[in-house]
Ligand binder design. Structure first.
Ligand SMILES: [Zn+2]
Length: 104
């Protein structure tokens, strides 16, 4: 059995799902962008900023799939819990590191 076959996360399907989410976010951003200025539409500005942050996370997750490091915490390098990845497939850090980051 290869390493890939024992993976708990089906990476090919995941990659497609992430690419789909990325496209969706980019489409929303393209619509928001003309108004997404703090002086024009502060709500659109905030929304665009959060979409842009997720676009970065998804792009990074896709890179990790390509590099074979997907599912590993980018901070402590431990395996991220599969349940967490199911909810948040583009999570870059395990729940512990994430909660430290949020507290800081
Ligand atoms: Zn971690």
């Amino acid at each position: 059995m290869s390493i890939e076959a024992t993976e708990s996360v089906p990476l090919a399907g995941l990659q497609r799902e992430l690419e789909r989410q990325l496209e969706e976010r980019l489409a929303v951003l393209a619509e928001l962008e003309p108004f997404a200025l703090p002086s024009v539409d502060p709500v659109a500005y905030q929304t665009a900023a959060s979409h842009r942050a997720v676009v970065e996370l998804i792009t990074a997750a896709l890179n990790r799939i390509t590099q074979g490091t997907y599912g590993r915490c980018t901070r402590c390098e431990r395996q991220i819990a599969p349940a967490r990845l199911e909810v948040l497939p583009y999570a870059a850090a395990c729940i512990e590191c994430q909660s430290h980051a949020e507290a800081a």
